[in-house]
Design a binder for this molecule. Structure first.
Ligand code: GAL
Length: 806
């Protein structure tokens, strides 16, 4: 009888909690933060000890009762390391930024109507190790800042007046990499409320394939979990929508997950003549998967997919949709000036846009999993991705991390390669080979449609090495060994997983080792690397190499090379940390952009005091010939070598340097560089026309020094102060100078070679306009206004009324 009653009550609960759609609520707002560790209290008596070991009874800041009212209130993504000062005693690779330990706490309410639903907390990334308690119960330990994790808190969730409390101890003293990794909850956090019978997180695999007969199909796999008390009978149904939103195909199956059972529904959805996804035309289809119980939709998930084929050929390189595509890729870490690793979503569009503008068609996520918002943007704009795993380790915890990466990312058409490691000392040993073999098999068990690679840096010719366990050989540097390797392994496709590592500082044209300055004429590179000009030649002239990934697209915090302190960041980028182009950017444009005339001159023409001295002028162009004209006098027309480009030695005289590019004798482009007067005004600009008033939209604004006539002054280094009015705040500042120790937060920043960047973010539920004003002693202030549009607010977890957090 009692059982029957339970079943009946359970049925009522299920019936009353059926959700047409799951609720995915942002938890990003209203966290409390405590910098530094808090010692856990030691129980004083046997009784206290006994109690402290029980579920729900965690002590100290892990306990719901801990008084955190004086902790700082903030939103995530948050990186506490970038907020702090530089310290010469701190780790060089992490950019001399102390990291350490900190705590976060947040409370929230669940209504009584939520009883019976499945309640999951999701964390997209916390750097680096963390321990999570929910309502005083130890809920999770995470061992990588790059792997997302979820916690099903349904069993110990509290409803009604009682608050739920999440306490997180973050240990960022751990280093997973040799670059700046930031510290804290630096990616999004979510609370998901679902029907007890629901699709698991990342539980839809729907990646189209073209069958041997040329027909397209989507083999769908849907993982369903029933966290309810009753066995369920459901239908799993998927509809595919094309780019215009028209439903074009569907498929379904029936399933009966018992209480607390996980099942996988599988079916195929043929799709006839889909529009293909490509770099130029990234057509995306929407896949809507629903769970239907008694005719009612109880859960629904939308994923996107693209119809495209990929193939790596050992002789002819990479093919996308059967067309050869040379991979023009860049490697990147995930930080930005002023923000560290806490990157608002809008910044991905900004950064990827710059790389596209450079002509890049591929991105290698070094050396770890990116955010899902980043991959969505890559899908949207047609950027190919080499998705990389962080830890080279085939033991269970690390296999869990690797599987998490593949499960999360395997629907993205942009992802074309899984990389299991970067430059591992075991790469030329049996141990490394055995590990790759196992890791590759794990990847394939989840996705067999993309090849597995590993970025090797040595041991290419050892008797045993990991190249025997991969589908595509990843070659880091050692470009002089391509031919020998290919001759020995003519059947193994080869890609330059990393190359170049050239040194350049934006706007510097003289190397001064005393002052940690490096010229940007593309003449210097790490001893294991090459200049941009050398690297691309070696790749482009070999059809058997699928392409390459330049180290790096953007400069990044940490790993200062070749100089260390006071340098705090790298200078490998084609663009600096703010995304301002260096010479490398234009060189890559000249190598990579097809069907567009590229013409740029380095250096600037402000060499006051150096009259008569020889200045090297580099002409960067994909034209056949260039003519250089100084103050109306031709310095001659020269043939442009497509790799080496062309240069002149010019006796400096102020005025105007004009370059004219010719193809087949006809002028195709011209570019002038003029000597400027001193900086007299500041100009603020951006590439967007409006912002969304949602509390998350973010805009980098360019701050530039101009002279009286409006010419950009490439040598201005004044300090600038900023003020902001309207519904927004300044969240970061930068100028690309890796020798600067100015704070990246606040209201002040110097220009570096004429430029700085101020990054603003809108307030939630806002509209109107944001106005940023920049002042500097003696310069006419610059003003910039941008409209803020009212938009629907992202769904959020409210902060409890009883809390003093507003
Ligand atoms: C590579 C390494 C990168 C970076 C680079 C600097 O060997 O894979 O992470 O350290 O060198 O040149």
């Amino acid at each position: 009888m009692r059982n029957l009653l339970q079943v009946f009550v359970g049925f009522l609960l299920l019936a009353s909690t059926a959700l047409a759609e799951r609720e995915t609520l942002s938890m990003d707002f209203g966290w409390r933060f405590h910098l530094g560790d808090i010692e856990m209290p030691v129980p004083q008596s046997h009784h206290e000890t006994y109690l402290s070991t029980k579920a729900g009874n965690a002590l100290g800041p892990a306990s719901p009762d801990w008084d955190d009212s004086d902790w700082r209130v903030l939103s995530v993504p948050h990186d506490w390391a970038v907020e702090g000062p530089f310290d010469p005693q701190a780790n060089v690779s992490q950019g001399y930024r102390p990291r350490g330990i900190a705590w976060y706490r947040r409370s929230f309410q669940l209504s009584e109507e939520d009883i019976g639903k499945n309640i999951e907390l999701q964390f997209d990334g916390i750097a680096s190790h963390c321990t999570v308690w929910i309502n005083g119960t130890l809920a999770h330990r995470n061992f990588s800042g790059y792997s997302s994790f979820q916690i099903d808190m349904t069993p110990f969730a509290l409803y009604g007046e009682e608050l739920n409390t999440v306490s997180i101890r973050v240990d960022a003293s751990v280093m997973e990499g040799w670059w700046y990794e930031g510290a804290g909850i630096y990616r999004h956090t979510w609370l998901v409320k679902r029907d007890p019978v629901h699709i698991e997180t990342d539980g839809v695999y729907a990646n189209p394939i073209r069958k041997e007969n040329g027909k397209w199909t989507i083999p769908v796999e849907v993982e369903v979990f029933n966290s309810g008390e009753l066995d369920a009978e459901i239908e799993i149904a998927t509809t595919v929508f094309d780019v215009t939103g028209r439903s074009v195909a569907s498929g379904k199956t029936k399933a009966a997950p018992k209480a607390l059972e996980q099942i996988t529904g599988k079916y195929e959805i043929p799709v006839s003549k889909p529009k293909l996804w490509s770099v130029e035309e990234p057509n995306l289809y929407t896949v809507r998967t629903q769970l239907i119980r008694s005719g009612e939709v109880v859960d629904q998930v939308e994923t996107q997919c693209g119809f495209r084929t990929i193939r790596f050929d050992a002789k002819e390189g990479f093919f996308l949709n059967d067309e050869p595509v040379k991979i023009k890729g860049i490697c990147n870490h995930q930080d930005h000036a002023g923000l560290g690793v806490a990157i608002p979503d809008a910044m991905w569009a900004f950064r990827l846009g710059k790389l596209k503008e450079m002509g890049a068609n591929a991105y290698r996520c070094t050396h770890a999993a990116p955010t899902k918002e980043f991959l969505e943007e890559c899908d949207r704009i047609g950027m190919l991705v080499m998705d990389e795993n962080r830890h080279f380790n085939s033991t269970p915890e690390y296999i869990r991390q690797l599987r998490g990466l593949v499960r999360r990312d395997r629907n993205h058409p942009s992802v074309i390669l899984w990389s299991v490691f970067n430059e591992e000392p075991m790469q030329a040993e049996r141990t490394g080979y055995e590990m790759v073999r196992r890791m590759a098999a794990e990847v394939k068990s989840l996705d067999s449609t993309r090849p597995v690679t590993a970025a090797m840096s040595d041991g290419f010719f050892s008797e045993i090495n990991v190249s025997a366990a991969v589908d595509v050989m990843g070659f880091n540097y050692s470009q002089d060994k391509y031919d020998k390797f290919h001759a020995l392994h003519p059947e193994l496709p080869l890609i330059s997983s990393e190359d170049t590592s050239a040194f350049e500082m934006r706007g510097e044209y003289e190397t001064d080792t005393e002052r940690n300055l490096i010229s940007s004429y593309d003449t210097q590179a790490a001893y294991w690397g090459n200049t941009h000009r050398e690297s691309w030649k070696m790749i482009n002239e070999r059809p058997f190499i699928a392409g390459g990934f330049v180290w790096t697209g953007f400069d990044y915090h940490g790993e200062p090379q070749p100089h260390v302190w006071p340098s705090i960041g790298s200078v490998f980028g084609c663009l600096d940390m703010c995304g301002f182009p260096k010479t490398g950017f234009y060189i890559r444009q000249s190598q990579w952009l097809e069907g567009e005339h590229v013409l740029e001159i380095a250096p600037h023409w402000n060499w006051q005091g150096r009259e008569g001295e020889a200045i090297e002028v580099l002409g960067i162009s994909n034209a056949e010939e260039l003519e250089l004209i100084l103050n109306g006098k031709s310095l001659g027309r020269k043939t442009v070598d497509p790799y080496e480009l062309v240069s002149w030695s010019v006796a400096y005289e102020p005025g105007e340097l004009l370059a004219i590019a010719y193809c087949q004798g006809r002028e195709v482009a011209r570019k002038t560089v003029k000597t400027t007067g001193p900086a007299s005004q500041i100009e603020l600009s951006s590439d967007r026309a409006s912002l969304s008033g949602d509390g998350v939209d973010t805009l980098p604004i360019t701050v530039a020094a101009l002279d009286d006539t409006g010419l950009f002054v490439p040598t201005a280094n004044q300090r600038v102060e900023f003020s902001i009015e309207g519904p927004g705040k300044i969240i970061g500042l930068g100028n690309g100078d890796i020798n600067s120790h100015e704070p990246e937060k606040g209201r002040r920043r110097s220009l570096y070679n004429g430029l700085a960047q101020v990054i603003v973010q809108t307030d939630p539920s806002s509209s109107g306009a944001i106005t940023v004003t920049a002042y500097s002693n003696g310069l006419i202030a610059g003003k910039f206004s941008i409209p803020v549009e009212q938009v629907e607010q992202p769904a959020r977890v409210a902060i409890p009324e009883s809390s003093d957090v507003k």
